[in-house]
Design a protein around this ligand. Structure first.
Ligand code: CP
Length: 333
């Protein structure tokens, strides 16, 4: 199999073998995930103390490069690095020379010239993080590349499920909504199935990707029929910004190719109080954020003190990203 591919109009050079990155959930085996969760749990204890900063990565440099908007991922990587005493810098494409047309290769190599130990990158194109891993000397963490992967989101989701429910093996996880455009769904399906959970994707046919039959997950068009047996209901954001981008060339954006209307979508696939009442026992409701309140999730569900773990997901994101940075940069060393 050839190792040569083209991303962003550039030929991707072969990957150096010795370096470690987190580009996809597929990079992790079960032992890696167990080590990561255990490390995150010990960092979570340190985050509950009055003095939260640890000297662990003093002298190291974590560079965040964001080509797409972000609140949670960008801020929690920055905070995670700071809590480990690393130097941090965040560069956003907006306002940078990317807007003058500078290529991903030139931007990565320019910022790479500052000698970052880790580059955390978010980019709208699948494969961008892998590309940066090949053209710089840094460890690279994928903070979301197009519809492809968002590995640290899946890890923090997993951590949150384990914290809330005490186990992962045998859980039934319903992932609901815009699966087609979701890197969160792709990373979660892979991770959850590896860890022994059962996943059902619930979406209208227009929001399921071609080839979904090959994913390690069941599919359903009937949210009401799936809720009673779900331990976890993970609602996905309807990604309007990717909908016009994924139209065939020349097609006009009529705004309703994927969903008839926000109201109709909420009626069929939104999680409201009536549907939340169908959940069993300790079942939890998750959402990676940002939310379209009133569309995929009703406010009373998002804010439900018993079922919703949305705030915990954000809190856990810091400990999980501390663990990722720590383990990438040598762990026990
Ligand atoms: N979940 C997530 O990736 O959120 P942000 O886009 O705010 O980083």
């Amino acid at each position: 199999m050839t190792d040569l591919r083209v991303v962003g109009g550039e030929l991707v050079p072969p990957a150096p073998r010795e370096r470690r990155h987190l580009l996809s959930i597929a990079d992790l085996d079960r032992d890696d995930v167990d080590r990561l969760l255990a490390t995150a749990a010990s960092f979570a204890l340190s985050q509950a103390r009055e003095t939260k900063k640890l000297p662990t990565l003093r002298g190291r440099f974590v560079l965040n490069v964001f080509y797409e908007n972000s609140t949670r991922t960008s801020s929690s990587f920055d905070l995670a690095a700071k809590r480990l005493s690393a130097d941090t810098m965040t560069v956003k494409a907006s306002g940078s020379s990317v807007e003058k047309g500078e290529s991903l290769r030139d931007t990565a190599q320019t910022l790479g010239a500052y000698g970052p130990d880790v580059i955390v990158i978010r980019h709208p194109e699948a494969g961008a993080a892998e590309f940066v891993a090949r053209v710089t000397d840094a460890h690279v963490v994928n903070a979301g590349d197009g519809k492809h992967q968002h590995p640290t989101q899946a890890l923090l989701d997993l951590y949150t499920m384990k914290e809330a429910l005490g186990r992962l093996e045998g859980l039934h996880v319903a992932i609901v909504g815009d699966v087609l455009h979701s890197r969160v769904a792709r990373s979660n399906v892979l991770l959850l199935s590896t860890l022994g959970a059962r996943v059902t994707l619930v979406a209208p046919p227009t929001l399921l990707p071609v080839g979904v039959e090959a994913w390690p997950a069941a599919t359903s068009f009937d949210l009401d029929g799936v809720l009673a047996t779900s331990d976890v209901v993970m609602m996905l954001r309807v990604q309007r910004e990717r909908m016009s981008a994924s139209l065939p060339e020349g097609a006009r954006d009529l705004g309703n190719q994927f969903v008839p209307s926000a109201r109709e979508y909420a009626r069929r696939y939104g999680l409201d109080a009536r549907r939340m009442a169908m959940l069993d026992g300790d079942a939890i409701v998750m959402h990676p954020g940002p939310m379209n309140r009133g569309m995929e999730i009703a406010a009373e569900v998002a804010d439900d003190p018993k079922r919703s773990t949305i705030v915990e997901q954000v809190t856990n994101g810091v400990s999980v990203r501390m663990a990722v940075l720590y383990l990438l940069l040598g762990g026990a060393e």
